[in-house]
Design a binder for this molecule. Structure first.
Ligand SMILES: Cc1cc2nc3c(=O)[nH]c(=O)nc-3n(C[C@H](O)[C@H](O)[C@H](O)COP(=O)(O)OP(=O)(O)OC[C@H]3O[C@@H](n4cnc5c(N)ncnc54)[C@H](O)[C@@H]3O)c2cc1C
Length: 421
């Protein structure tokens, strides 16, 4: 076993939530480690859209310029594709605050976004352990010891123990695991499984982001960077099983889950079919999940949680990256310098949970309501009727889902010293 390392904070997971928290803490002079199990760049199940309200934060995280240079076109219209129906309405722009100059959200592939963020965290002084998986967290006096193991074929006796008073769980919510902050694995017929693919040569209007509704699921399409169109969706486990069975009967032989999903969307959603008619798949379909929407603890068992680990909205509103980036930032603001003792961590945990709920609860609940409508019996027809007569409900939905809500603490965040200094 190697010598133990000592940090002020260990962040488990190098997605948007982990890198945002790590970078903000490193800027305050903290000694921070990120443990990330995958080698980057890596693709990810995600629609890849980010609202403009995040751009001031991306600037603070030092990737605003790169994001503007790399991301796809501005998304000025929100749409609704279901059955034979295609309806569009204006996307609300950021009306005030630092985001106003950027106006509209855009999409950037997670292979690029997450690499930019991790590189920025590294440049801010964060030590990156990658590809390494955190496999245990144990109390060690007033600190925690995190056991990490190299992934990618190295033997487990190459395990390292990292120690820090502050542990940040930023490992997402879709994979079960041995950590106390990971969610237990459950399998239900109503589970929503996530799928995503990139296509090139799509005819989707570059400024339009349609919501897709189809029997048993929902999804979205958006033109991202370098002409790639990102299509992502969630589908019920039981519906997917039936679809695969029926395709196997029809075609014979093996039918992959992704093939069944693509076939289903093409067969039931004319807008998506038209957008994909001339398009070519760019890389394989990816699958993940089941997704775990809901509001969870932001601080429990002396472990702080950010991003999906703290709470998750149905991706029907495409706000998960925003919530990940912003929750990491919020946590860093609340931790400040006062995190060396458990009482101080508990106080910071309470403040962080209150700030999290104030910023995100409405969008989690709004997403739940929209998803229930989409997935319920006759829900797509009902939504279509509402949207047909009141297309502005699409604009209103985008606003309620937080697309124009400014990120707090960008004006007054002052660097604070490390708790160990
Ligand atoms: C179909 C679909 C479409 C979506 N579309 C959008 C969209 O358009 N816009 C949007 O904003 N959001 C979207 N989302 C949501 C978004 O993808 C997530 O909310 C977001 O990725 C959460 O970020 P995170 O940093 O919390 O977790 P993640 O991005 O999941 O990152 C967690 C990281 O932790 C690492 N990790 C996990 N376990 C360990 C471990 N034990 N040790 C070390 N590392 C570990 C993982 O490798 C990963 O890199 C979508 C989701 C789905 C399912």
């Amino acid at each position: 076993m190697r010598q133990p390392s000592t940090h002020d904070a260990i962040v488990i997971g190098g997605g948007p939530a982990g890198t945002s928290a790590a970078l903000a803490l490193a800027r305050r002079g903290w000694a921070v480690a990120i443990v990330e199990k995958s080698a980057f760049p890596r693709r990810k199940v995600c629609g890849e859209y980010i609202s403009a309200s995040n751009l001031a934060l991306l600037d603070r995280l030092d990737i605003g310029g790169a994001w503007r240079a790399e991301a796809g076109p501005e998304i000025r219209r929100v749409g609704f594709f279901s059955g034979d129906t295609s309806i569009e309405a204006p996307m609300p722009g950021a009306r005030s605050g630092p985001a106003a100059r950027d106006g509209f959200g855009r999409a950037l592939g997670r292979d690029i976004l997450d690499t930019l963020l991790l590189d920025a965290a590294r440049s801010a002084g964060t030590q990156i352990f990658q590809p390494c998986r955190a496999v245990a967290i144990e109390r060690d006096g007033d600190r925690h010891a995190v056991r990490i193991e190299a992934t990618g074929g190295k033997s487990p006796d190459e395990a390292t123990i990292l120690r820090a008073p502050v542990i940040v769980a930023a490992h997402g919510s879709w994979e079960p695991g041995p950590l106390p902050s990971q969610l237990e694995k459950k399998s239900r017929a109503s589970d929503l499984l996530g799928f995503k693919a990139h296509f090139t040569g799509s005819s989707l209007a570059p400024d339009l982001m349609p919501l897709l509704m189809f029997p048993g699921g929902y999804g979205g399409m958006v033109v991202a960077d370098h002409g790639r169109m990102s299509i992502s969706c969630c589908i019920r486990r039981d519906v997917l099983t039936r679809l695969r069975d029926s395709l196997v009967r029809e075609r014979g032989g093996h039918v992959s889950a992704a093939e069944a999903v693509e076939h289903h969307i093409m067969a039931t959603c004319r807008g998506a079919r038209q957008a994909l008619e001339q398009a070519r798949l760019d890389g394989p379909w990816l699958a993940a999940g089941p997704i775990r929407p809901g509001i969870r603890a932001g601080y429990r068992q002396d472990i702080f949680r950010v991003g999906n680990a703290a709470g998750e909205s149905h991706p029907i509103i495409a706000e998960g990256i925003s919530m990940a980036l912003q929750s990491g930032w919020l946590l860093a603001l609340e931790l400040g310098a006062a995190a060396s003792g458990q009482a101080e961590r508990e106080a910071a945990g309470k403040r962080y949970e209150a700030a999290w709920r104030g910023l995100f609860s409405t969008r989690v609940l709004a997403a739940e309501a929209i998803a229930r409508m989409a997935l319920g019996r006759g829900g797509a027809a009902l939504t279509e009727a509402v949207v047909r007569y009141f297309p502005q409900t699409l604009t209103l939905g985008a606003r309620i889902s937080g697309k124009t809500k400014p990120v707090p603490g960008l004006a007054d965040a002052r660097p604070r010293p490390s708790p160990l200094s």
